[in-house]
Write a protein of this length. Sequence first.
Length: 112
Amino acid sequence: MKQAIIIRNDLKMGKGKIASQCAHASVAAFLKSRKYNRDKWVKKGMKKIVLKISSEKNLIKLYKKGKEEKIPCEVITDAGLTQIEPGTITALGMGPDKDEKIDKIIKNLKLL
């Protein structure tokens, strides 16, 4: 069981902003997960991976692939209070779910 967090690196967000968007994506996807998967993931140490993606378009494609595979996913849109314009899509949370299901979708992404 793992969770993937995908961050847009074309936005050039600061470290603190990236950390906060990662947290939003992690919690939002977790809350969409089935209770069984949440419990199993927590019990096994809450494994996650943080990756980068080059654009909003590519992030949305990834989101759609996740939904097709029935992986709990959540797109994060920024409120625009600090570095980013309101409504900007910044991140994607995916899972927790089986490693194989998530790996199938994220296999071509690089670590943040």
